[in-house]
Design a protein around this ligand. Sequence first.
Ligand code: SF4
Length: 321
Amino acid sequence: MLSQEPFLSMAYSPAYAEGDDDPREVEYIEIKVKSALHHTRLPYSPKPFYYSLNLYRGCRHGCPFCFARYTHWFLGFQNSFDFQRKIQVKVNLLEVLEEELSNPRRKREWVTLGAATDPYQPAEKKYGLARGAFRLLAKYGWPAVFSTKSDLVLRDLDVLGELARRSNAGVAMTLTTLDPALQKFLEPHAVPVARRLEALRQLKAHGIPCGIHLMPIIPFLTDREEAIESMVRTAAEMGVDYFVYNVLRLRGQVVKGYYYHVLQKFNGPAFEQTRKLYGSRPYPPEGYVAALYRKVKSLKEKWGYQNRWKGIFSDKQLELF
Ligand code: SF4
């Protein structure tokens, strides 16, 4: 059945499905870039996400549904292992970023990181681009927001604290599930959720605005009421400043085809249901999405949870991403 998917004819080898515990080292490919900040081009993007900044290309965390698989494929990395094993590192990025941030003609706007690659993936231990970027953002007074699935962020509490004081900062931990077995499938190389929650506690203790991204909510795997409620409850109990969420987007055959391939092996019934739900679209039908978001809203009400990041994002904006 899947052999008819354009996915395979695009030569995107589904190696992950055979297992991704191969001990071969990750390869870091050092590249130079001409620009650092990029205007967010999505037409529905709220204003605070005016610039995006990506430090790496590819992501070691290796989530099978990641939409950035498409851009990695586009760059010529056509084996699914490549996305999480061949990581491009923008080695001159800090130099370029400093030029851009110090340019008086540029308007200071929010910079968002983590949209296409995790700034605190393991490469960061070696290259320190996130630390350098946050230092520069603090130095020039630009506000930044990002999400990560790593507690490596705790290494930079000092710099992030300075950024929060001098301009503004929002640090979110992205969570998909609290179930360790499911996490192994959905985020194979990310740190355990307990460590991410501990990182949130420490960020909060240091006065850094922080939140939880429940992103994405995955049909037939993480969309049950109890699963969502456990996330909302966690946000309420921890008193994080914001809790945002969205539903799984499967854009293009590289992403959708690959996700289906691995899902079929992991959970056959969920694969069949997902195919039926998405059809040829990148999103589930409106009715499913509306019911899902209603469910999250009612759970937020049940737990008395309200985003407290007023003045920066409106609730409407928060729920857009
Ligand atoms: S952590 Fe984020 S950027 Fe990295 S693979 Fe997962 S979804 Fe993609």
